[in-house]
Design a protein around this ligand. Structure first.
Ligand SMILES: C[S@@+](CC[C@H](N)C(=O)[O-])C[C@H]1O[C@@H](n2cnc3c(N)ncnc32)[C@H](O)[C@@H]1O
Length: 355
């Protein structure tokens, strides 16, 4: 198994997005940043570059004492700097602000998960099944709502798809950096969600045609999302259930991006087995997934709360490797990639012809 991370690959633009976590590292920092965004303080400083507290109080129609407290919190979090009473956004934060969609998504996602942590941590640690029954966040991601269209199902599904789409917007770039997709023409992304992963592959490789296989309502929302993108003519969606339906065949790449961890090991292995049947001889199966969380003495960042909730789901890549071997795949390559937490990329080839 090979391993790469930021330090080994050098300072690379692809990984720069990881800097957003620094500003959401604890509860106070996260909430003060959220308020600064909400009251327009960040926008105002971005436009005006420098200004003093009097101007800010007036322009934002804020309570002076409240604003001073907020500015103190932002100063401590290095979101802003102050020199001769002039306040400005810090250089470090200006870089993070280039990834504002991700910053806001991670902040909102952690806040959505926080009540479960506050109210249910004891169940989470001791009685996982009871935690699942009570958890708001697991309910929010309920796949049972992704089959039939109702206005409520649509809104709730769209809500979590917004989160997965923004996370994938950045993670896909890492995957594209680590794997050469130029060799493929027809690809299938199982559990491909809004189509963002497929879209990025198609955007980089103009010869690729992509199919996204996902639950019906997810595909419906994905079609809406992709319809405004330049790659829309090369991405089609197939509505189905990978548990019960046959998967389409005839692809030279089949991918699972952050999909398999959602399922118990035996079902994840069934998905792999089905995916192999979708591959042409000589085709490649690709898995890009989160690995188990490794804290090794580190303090958990607030921005990591959502991933901690799923910590029981993340598996060693060796589990998937066993299934790939059992399915007769060859040239199995596993690469560890350190992002805000460990990820792995597995590729494996189907034999060229059946013996
Ligand atoms: C954690 S999300 C990952 C989405 C996407 N691959 C990404 O990385 O952003 C898991 C995806 O699997 C899909 N999914 C769950 N159960 C499925 C099933 N039985 N058949 C097909 N897709 C399924 C979900 O709708 C969702 O889009």
């Amino acid at each position: 198994m090979s391993s790469t991370n930021k330090s080994q690959t050098g300072i690379n633009q692809i990984y720069e997005y990881l800097c957003v976590d620094e500003f959401i590292d604890n509860f106070i920092n996260a909430q003060s940043l959220k308020t600064a965004l909400a009251i327009g303080l960040i926008d105002y400083l971005q436009q005006s570059q420098f200004c003093d507290v009097d101007t800010l109080t007036r322009e934002l129609r804020s309570d002076r004492l409240g604003l001073e407290l907020l500015l103190d919190m932002l100063l401590a979090n290095q979101v802003i700097t102050e020199k001769n009473s002039e306040i400005s956004l810090s250089e470090k934060f200006l870089i993070a602000l280039q990834y504002r969609d991700l910053l806001e998504t991670k902040l909102n996602f952690a806040n959505l998960v926080a009540p479960d942590f506050v109210n249910l941590l004891t169940f989470f640690i001791n009685k996982p099944s009871q935690f699942m029954e009570r958890s708001q966040i697991f309910d929010m991601f309920g796949y049972h709502r992704c089959f039939d269209y109702t206005p409520e199902n649509y809104e709730l599904t769209k809500r979590w798809m917004k989160i997965t789409t923004v996370l994938t917007k950045y993670e896909a770039q890492v995957c594209l950096e680590h794997h050469d997709f130029s060799q493929y023409q027809k690809i299938l992304d199982i559990g491909g969600n809004s189509g963002e992963f497929a879209r990025q592959i198609c955007a980089k490789h103009s010869n690729i045609l992509a199919t996204v296989f996902d639950l019906p309502l997810v595909c419906h929302i994905g079609e809406e999302y992709i319809s405004s993108q330049p790659e829309c003519q090369r991405i089609n969606f197939i509505k189905g259930n990978a548990m019960t339906d046959n998967l389409p065949r005839g692809y030279d790449l089949v991918s699972f991006k952050s999909m398999l961890h959602d399922w118990p090991e035996n079902i994840a292995c069934q998905f792999i087995n089905k995916a192999v049947k979708s591959l042409n001889p000589g085709g490649t199966l690709l898995i890009f997934e989160r690995s188990p969380i490794e804290l090794v003495g580190q303090v958990l960042s607030y921005s990591m709360l959502p991933m901690v909730l799923f910590f029981r789901s993340f598996r060693s890549p060796l589990v998937y490797e066993s299934q790939l071997l059992a399915d007769g795949l060859q040239n199995i390559h596993i690469e560890s990639i350190n992002l805000e937490m460990p990820f792995f990329l597995i590729t494996a080839k189907k034999k060229n012809s059946e013996i």
